[in-house]
Design a protein around this ligand. Sequence first.
Ligand SMILES: [Zn+2]
Length: 281
Amino acid sequence: MIYNGIDLNFVCRDYLSSLQLLCLCEGLKPLIRLNAYVDQLELYKNFCQQNSLSYYISAYKIIDKDGRIGFSSKKDWTFQESAQGYHYIYLAKDPTLLKSDLDNISDRDFGKLLGYPECCLDAYDCNVNQVRMNKIDFTALTIESSDPASFYVNTLIRYFRYALIQHFPCSVECADSLKMGEQVYTLLQEKYPQIANQFRNQLTCFAIHLGETEIYYANDFTESVSPYGKRIKFSTIKYIQKNELYKDLMEFKEVEIISPRIIKIGDKVVTGEYLRTIIYK
Ligand SMILES: [Zn+2]
């Protein structure tokens, strides 16, 4: 992703962060927050200087305790001088946005600064305790029907480094979130069509959620009608951790969806309070 002669991936080191930086530069986002290791700080500072951006670097460093960089729900703080961890770097075109006390800001106020829809901020406040207590993904609470959702709002596979929006939509039908996802995708298509295709190919998927570390998805899937509901066949499945369900999925390479919360793999019926299945198209 070359932008004004600079490779965004060289600065950011992953496509999701590069995409956010692109959205900021192109006016789709007012403010972004990225993770920056000490050796990246100079790269970000240079990028800001060349693209008329302002920045603020957190006064502390962050350590992801479960090793899932950037998406971890188990974060810890450490001193700047520590050899471990990364900083948050906040970037904006408008320097006044960086005047709030960003190191101590509430989730809600920060969400507003980032331009997230009000309805989604309400849903976040409402669901945050349930999500943390049950070690599930926010996205699971927004999946209620078997109807396909748009890939614009696929936030379930962001652990695999693919997402167009950075917030959790209040529902897969949230109009503001769909619009944001579409705008980001359109921008990506205009600037980097190959990467846009790569995002679309990954985000268009059949996904299963059982918990925050139990998310599976398949891109090459087919749907058909089964005696119980819907049958999904696939040749391979992507995973965060290999466990019992992964083994079953790879043994049968098909799932019958009885409802979004009940599935059948072979003769085994799998259910759970937070089991969800969804097709993103
Ligand atoms: Zn919403």
